[in-house]
Design a protein around this ligand. Sequence first.
Ligand code: NAD
Ligand code: DEZ
Length: 377
Amino acid sequence: MPGLALFEKQGTVRRVDGRRLTRNDLADTEVLLVRSVTRVDRALLEGTPVRFVGSATIGTDHVDRAALKDMGVAFAHAPGCNARAVAEYVLQALLLACREQGRVLRDSSVGIVGLGNVGSRVAQWLSALGVTVLACDPPLQRAGADTVVPLTDLDSVLAADLITVHVPLTRQGPDATFHLLDQERLARLGAWQTLLSTCRGAVIDNPALRERLAGADAPLVMLDVWEGEPRIDGGLLARVRLGSPHVAGYSVEGKWLGTAMLHQAFRLWRGESAGVPVMAGERPILEHPVADEGDLLALLQRVYRIDEDDRRLRASVGEADPGAAFDALRRDYPPRHELHYWRHQGEVAPALRALLSLLCDPPGAGSAMPAPVLDRL
Ligand SMILES: NC(=O)c1ccc[n+]([C@@H]2O[C@H](COP(=O)([O-])OP(=O)(O)OC[C@H]3O[C@@H](n4cnc5c(N)ncnc54)[C@H](O)[C@@H]3O)[C@@H](O)[C@H]2O)c1
Ligand SMILES: O=C(O)[C@H](O)[C@H](O)COP(=O)(O)O
């Protein structure tokens, strides 16, 4: 977990395998920091001295927040920490899909399911490019929230040329997203469409998707997240156009910010005032003129290539233990920077300038740093 040095000033930090963590490992632990692979619930914490749990992630479906509250354990996570990394992944994937389907992104429609931190950033970037964006988000719609693009219904969004999904995984209530894209909705997608998911595997019914991809007029599918991670369905991987091992948000900056936001929440929980420290450093120059969408894709691929993650994931399914290999790809992930890490230089076509400045200007320039969420008791 990059950024852990921040916590080393507060006490002794012990690292354990997040998939194998048990109650016994927590016998003398007051603060537990996790990532998405660790299930945190009553069974894990009961009888332990843990009083603060932090997850350096956007998603919280691995944490039973109600149980923690009931037990008097504070919980914090890091909304938005890696949203930029995911949005860069999505933009690259959409441009790759357009190239493959012989279309121009600017002249296409993109449907966004879930307009939170990631979805709204994707919507803002695509709008700056002149793309027609259709988005749905019933909780925001009911709340009458101000959104970057107008909201519509799920069926309209699923009729777009390209669809990208950014909802949390939830299993209860009117907005439950478990198998939101089920057999019936997948059946309505056509060969001219692209479906991309970077949120949580179980938002798409994976067995139904595998069947759909074997049928006629199958859409082009790109998946970063899978049901049953780390033991994913190799048959489904074989049928998707691009597959990666749940790394869309794995930027150096996103991981660091996640831990820094937890540190801020931890200090607030202790009654200390705290801000999120800014990751400082020289910004190396990245010379890359951008005349058209082909150049934009090439720019995104200069800093990160999804197809290399895809190649590594496909190679891993042949290993003796593909689940362990999936986890190893994530654990040993090569450092990948977000675009704003560099100082972009080079001529940019007028139609692409608004997008390039959103992509390449450092965060914080004119916008607030994200703040952690702390469940107060
Ligand atoms: N692949 C990765 O590396 C990676 C990285 C970051 C986040 N994620 C996942 O992506 C999800 C979205 O991230 P985010 O930062 O945008 O989260 P967010 O909480 O900021 O936004 C989620 C949005 O989805 C909306 N929503 C909830 N139920 C919905 C429904 N049924 N239909 C449509 N919209 C609905 C919410 O109202 C909210 O606006 C996270 O919950 C996390 O699981 C994955
Ligand atoms: O929700 C999130 O923030 C992401 O899914 C996160 O990047 C997942 O990475 P992990 O916590 O499994 O390392």
